[in-house]
Design a protein around this ligand. Structure first.
Ligand SMILES: CC(C)(COP(=O)(O)OP(=O)(O)OC[C@H]1O[C@@H](n2cnc3c(N)ncnc32)[C@H](O)[C@@H]1OP(=O)(O)O)[C@@H](O)C(=O)NCCC(=O)NCCS
Length: 175
């Protein structure tokens, strides 16, 4: 499995991945990723980072680092979604690590990720990379059946970066 920045060759396999991901996980994209032409428009977009986890000719995971605007322009929003058939094999961790490195390269000093509180393994994955829970938004998510769920915002602050990177083994990647 390779993590590769989005490129023209990956556009069609990424669109196919978006069609394969169940509706329930589409909330994690925070964008309408199935809107016609949207992947093509990303190829010319500056200031964001998007990447794919690729196995053979298939995209099995997606990463986006989307900088916020205005007074939060120093903050990046991280999105990681893995094909349900490829979960539990380290793809999510590899994408999250790549997202953290991309955030630093974009000059962002804080990276946040939103996770539904019930997704305990996902929260553990981000904490292992140095993210810390920073806010709890009660009843912030309503699923298709109408049930409400709490959302946790985990943040990675640059002042904690070096110790967190040592924990996650990221310092080698930056050397
Ligand atoms: C969260 C998500 C990206 C994790 O992807 P993944 O490829 O399954 O994660 P990994 O295999 O890299 O697992 C990393 C760690 O998370 C934990 N984990 C992930 N899935 C798990 C599961 N089903 N059961 C138990 N632990 C799990 C493990 O602790 C694992 O560490 P380990 O290697 O020590 O066991 C994936 O479940 C997903 O796409 N979820 C829907 C979208 C989402 O919630 N994204 C996050 C917010 S944008």
């Amino acid at each position: 499995m390779d993590v590769r920045p989005l490129s023209p060759e990956l556009a069609a396999p990424l669109e196919e991945f978006f069609r394969r991901v169940p509706d329930s996980d589409h909330n994690s994209f925070a964008e309408d990723v199935q809107r016609p032409g949207v992947v093509q428009s990303w190829l010319e977009q500056e200031g964001t980072h998007r990447a794919c986890a690729v196995e053979g000719d298939r995209v099995v995971g997606y990463l986006a680092v989307l900088p916020l605007v205005g007074w939060s322009a120093h903050v990046g929003s991280l999105r990681v979604v893995v094909d349900p058939a490829a979960r539990g094999q380290g793809v999510g961790r590899a994408l999250a690590r790549a997202g953290l490195l991309a955030s630093l390269e974009l000059g962002l000093t804080k990276t946040v990720v939103e996770v539904v509180v019930d997704a305990v393994p996902a929260i553990g994955m981000f904490e292992a990379l140095g993210f810390e829970p920073e806010a709890l938004l009660r009843d912030h998510v309503r699923d298709k059946s109408g049930e409400l769920h709490d959302l946790v915002v985990l943040a990675h602050q640059v002042e904690g970066t070096w110790s967190a990177m040592a924990t996650a083994g990221l310092e080698e990647a930056l050397a």
